[in-house]
Design a binder for this molecule. Structure first.
Ligand code: SF4
Length: 456
């Protein structure tokens, strides 16, 4: 079932809300949970022997994109990464004391920053170290983010050769005026060349990120960007809404706010984006993601096994995610942990012989039940009461009586259907899935929603 854009409903429900890459969201993490908890939870996780997913954060970029909200270090000095890699190895060494490393790694992702900031030798070296410490499954999903503007000679070949089989890259917008205004000039013919190379090297899944709401963007210009993106034939596309928050993200001060598209244009762009990608055969996965019907994300959604983690949608449910490197987040079954955000604090913790855990969150049983409901809705647009009842031994209707009552308004608005034993999200509700999920969020009810971006 395709997503339907209903402007009146979107205007009615547009309010701030979490993106639910986790529940509770990272805004609930606190420093009362730290290194000792992490060690204890890692040891406990070995008993359940869930497969592992590894995330490595490479924080360096060659140049600054002015829209960027990531925690990055801009540097032209290539020697900064060598030192950082040494710390990653030391963190892996420390982690290996607590994780049973015979557990299979079914997913590995390098994010950033720009992982292809690393030289070919460093890519080989880091990958080799990962293989020394962990056991990668034969069919593991191994992905990294690249910045096509800074691919050095032979780098894609090296990336493929060491074992990566999936790629994600930012494109944002193909219009030259927009690109200049965000300090990211990335011509279409470069994208064509890189896509051709990626295909001939046999990468399985290629993702492209676009952003709407950037300076000088208009519906007409963005249409062209979408059409050209469809011509590139990525397997997945993410179209993010640009949040202009210069008081939080200093790089954005370089953007002149008078050049940003007005809210009506942003709505037109969103409507057009959904129409064009769906017409081109892409499946609306949820939030801001589209995938070809044969891509694993769309298949997992069809089979009801899609899940979310800090990188967004994932086909790997039931794994323990271990975050390695500054700022990275780990998610175990009943606990989340985040590393120090600045490189300085991260290095200091490791020099002190510690795991660099800055903060975290220990989930209660109630959190885990609610997470399951929220993720089912966010990922599969459907939540079966019987399934939740079986896993958690509860009576769904009794446990969530007030939430089900609250959903009746949304049912009247045509966002969802309350069936006898399930919640089914309707095409008009797919774009407002965060609003539906928020009904089950205890934290937003008690603490409010102002800390989050708007749902549309
Ligand atoms: S958008 Fe990507 S390449 Fe640009 S500064 Fe941010 S992390 Fe670096």
């Amino acid at each position: 079932m395709k997503a339907i854009f209903d402007e009146n409903l979107i205007k009615k429900y547009d309010r701030p809300g979490p993106r639910y890459t986790s529940y509770p969201p990272a805004t609930e993490f606190h420093e009362g949970v730290g290194e000792e908890d992490y060690k204890r939870k890692l040891l406990e996780s070995n008993i359940q022997r869930r497969p592992l997913s590894l995330y490595f954060h490479i924080p360096f970029c060659e140049s600054a994109c002015w829209f960027c909200g990531c925690n990055v270090i801009i540097s032209h000095r290539k020697d900064v990464s060598g030192r950082y890699l040494d710390y990653l190895y030391r963190e892996m060494e420390e982690l290996s004391k607590y994780i049973d490393i015979s557990r299979p790694v079914v997913q590995l992702h390098w994010g950033g920053g720009t992982p292809n900031f690393l030289s070919n030798e460093e890519i080989r070296e880091l990958f080799g170290k990962i293989r020394e410490y962990f056991r990668l499954s034969e069919d593991a999903e191994i992905s990294l983010e690249i910045d096509p503007r800074y691919l050095s000679g032979g780098q894609l070949e090296v990336i493929r050769e060491v074992g990566f089989n999936r790629i994600s890259m930012g494109l944002q917008d193909l219009d030259e005026e927009v690109q200049r205004a965000i300090n990211r000039v990335q011509p279409y013919d470069l994208m064509q060349r890189v896509m051709k190379d990626l295909r001939s090297l046999g990468f399985k899944s290629i993702n492209i990120d676009l952003i709407y709401g950037l300076p000088h963007q208009t519906p007409g210009k963005f249409r062209k960007t979408i059409e050209q993106t469809i011509e590139l034939q990525p397997d997945r596309v993410a179209v993010f809404n640009f949040a202009y928050v210069p008081w939080l993200k200093p790089l954005q001060r370089k953007i002149d706010p008078s050049t940003l598209p007005p809210p009506e244009d942003k709505l037109t762009i969103l409507r057009m984006t959904i129409d064009l990608f769906q017409k081109a055969g892409y499946v609306f996965i949820g939030m801001d993601h589209f995938a070809k019907p044969e891509d694993e994300l769309a298949v997992a959604q069809e089979e009801g096994t899609l899940w979310r983690n800090f990188q967004g949608y994932t086909t790997k449910k039931g794994v323990d995610l271990i975050g390695i490197g500054a700022t990275s987040i780990g998610m175990l079954y009943d606990a989340y942990f985040q590393n120090y955000k600045t490189i300085r604090d991260y290095y200091m913790a490791i020099d002190g012989g510690k795991l660099p855990t800055m903060r975290g969150y220990l989930l209660s049983r109630e959190d885990i039940i609610r997470r399951e409901v929220i993720m089912e809705l966010m990922c599969n647009f459907f939540c079966s009461f019987e399934r939740i009842e079986k896993v958690f031994d509860i009576d769904f209707k009794e446990h969530f009586s007030s939430e089900l009552e609250e959903l009746e308004d949304m049912e009247r608005d045509g966002l969802l259907k309350l069936e006898e034993g399930a919640i089914r999200v309707l095409p008009e509700g797919k774009l407002l899935i965060r609003n539906i999920a928020m009904v089950f969020d205890q934290y937003i009810k008690s603490k409010g929603e102002r800390r989050f971006s708007r749902t549309i």
